[in-house]
Design a protein around this ligand. Structure first.
Ligand SMILES: [Zn+2]
Length: 319
C-alpha cells in the first residue's frame, strides 16, 4: 500500500556533488513521499552526469511503480533558452551543453528545467517561510544572494517565467556600470558582480590588500575596527537596497525571502528598510524581508513543484 498516484510531482535537483530526487504527494499537499540521491561525480564528465540522473530516475520508478508525465529539474546554472545552453552551473562540465534536450533524450520523457532561484522562490512560497508566516501573500520575490545572485518571482503560487524565460532574473540588472568584474551575462557592474560573496570579498581585497571571508569582513565591521570592512558592508547594504528598489517599484511584493551565504548578513534585514525607503516611490517600506527556511532542500522541492503543469507550460516552450 502506498500513496503514489498520478497527482504526484517528481523533482530532481542537479547539484555539483549530489543529484537528489523527490516525489511529492501533490501540488495542493506537497509532502515528501520519497527522497533518493546519487553522487553527481561531475569529474567523470557530462555523459556520466546524464547517466547518473537516469540511474536516479530508474530507482525512483522502481520504488513508485511508474513514471510521471513530466519531471521538474532544478539546477544552479542558468538555461539560456535562445542558445539551448547551460551557463554558470557549478557542475561546470554541464556549461555550454543543452541539458534539457540531452536529459529528455536519455530519460525518454519531457522535463521542466528551471534555475535554482525559481525553485527556491516557489519552494519557500509553498512550503517554507512564506507558507509558514505569510500564507496570504500573493506576490513573493525570492532572492538568492550567495556565490551568485538570482531571483524568482511567484504570483499567486505560480512562477513568472516570462516571454524569454528570464522572469525574476534580478541578478543581472545593471547596478554600478563599469564596476566589478565583467560578468558571464556580458555586462560589467550587474548585481551579481557587486553583491555576490566573491564580489564583496574581491572589493575588500582590492581596497585593503588582505584576503578574508565575507563573514570575517562583517565581524570586523561590527567591531568597528576596520574601516574598509565597513565600506564593504555599506556597499552591500546600499547596493542591495538600490537593486531591490527597482523590484519594489514594479511588483511591490508582499514578502521578500532571501537565501544564500550573503543572506546571513543580519544587517540586511534591518538596515535595508531605512535605505530603501529613500529610493522607492513611497515614504514607507514595510514589506517583510525574511530569511529562507528550507536550506538546501528548497532546490529539490521547488523542482518538483514546477512539475505541476500550469507552472511549467511557459518554460517548456521558451520563446
Ligand atoms: Zn551579470
Amino acid at each position: 500500500m502506498n500513496d503514489f498516484d498520478k497527482y504526484n510531482l517528481w523533482g530532481i535537483d542537479l547539484g555539483g556533488t549530489k543529484i537528489e530526487g523527490i516525489v511529492l504527494k501533490s501540488f495542493q499537499e506537497p509532502k515528501s513521499l520519497l527522497r533518493l540521491r546519487v553522487p553527481t561525480e561531475a569529474h567523470l564528465g557530462y555523459e556520466h552526469i546524464l547517466h547518473q540522473v537516469k540511474i536516479l530516475v530508474d530507482q525512483m520508478e522502481a520504488k513508485v511503480g511508474f513514471r510521471p508525465e513530466i519531471i521538474g529539474v532544478g539546477t544552479p546554472g542558468v538555461y539560456i533558452p535562445h542558445q539551448g545552453q547551460m551557463k554558470n552551473c557549478n557542475a561546470t562540465v554541464v556549461n555550454g551543453r543543452d541539458l534539457k534536450k540531452d536529459l529528455e533524450k536519455i530519460l525518454r520523457m519531457p522535463l521542466v528545467l528551471a534555475n535554482d532561484a525559481n525553485c527556491f522562490a516557489l519552494a519557500e512560497t509553498k512550503l517554507g517561510v512564506v507558507a509558514d508566516k505569510y500564507p496570504d501573500a500573493e506576490v513573493v520575490f525570492g532572492i538568492i544572494l550567495g556565490t551568485g545572485v538570482g531571483g524568482g518571482l511567484v504570483v499567486n503560487g505560480k512562477v513568472i517565467q516570462g516571454k524569454h524565460g528570464i522572469g525574476g532574473e534580478w541578478g543581472h540588472n545593471y547596478l554600478y556600470p563599469g564596476e566589478g568584474k565583467i560578468c558571464y551575462c556580458g555586462k560589467q557592474g550587474c548585481n551579481e558582480q557587486i553583491l555576490s560573496g566573491p564580489a564583496l570579498e574581491a572589493y575588500y581585497t582590492q581596497k585593503s590588500g588582505n584576503q578574508i571571508s565575507l563573514q570575517k569582513i562583517y565581524e570586523n565591521h561590527l567591531k568597528g575596527t576596520d574601516p574598509i570592512a565597513s565600506r564593504t558592508i555599506e556597499r552591500l547594504l546600499t547596493g542591495f537596497a538600490k537593486a531591490l528598489s527597482v523590484v519594489v517599484n514594479i511588483v511591490d511584493p508582499d514578502v521578500i525571502v532571501m537565501g544564500g551565504g550573503v543572506s546571513n548578513i543580519d544587517s540586511l534585514y534591518t538596515e535595508t528598510y531605512g535605505i530603501l525607503k529613500e529610493m522607492i516611490f513611497n515614504h514607507e517600506f514595510e514589506t517583510p524581508l525574511v530569511k529562507a527556511q528550507l536550506g538546501d532542500s528548497a532546490g529539490v522541492f521547488g523542482a518538483a513543484l514546477l512539475a505541476n503543469l500550469p507552472n511549467s507550460i511557459k518554460i517548456m516552450h521558451p520563446a
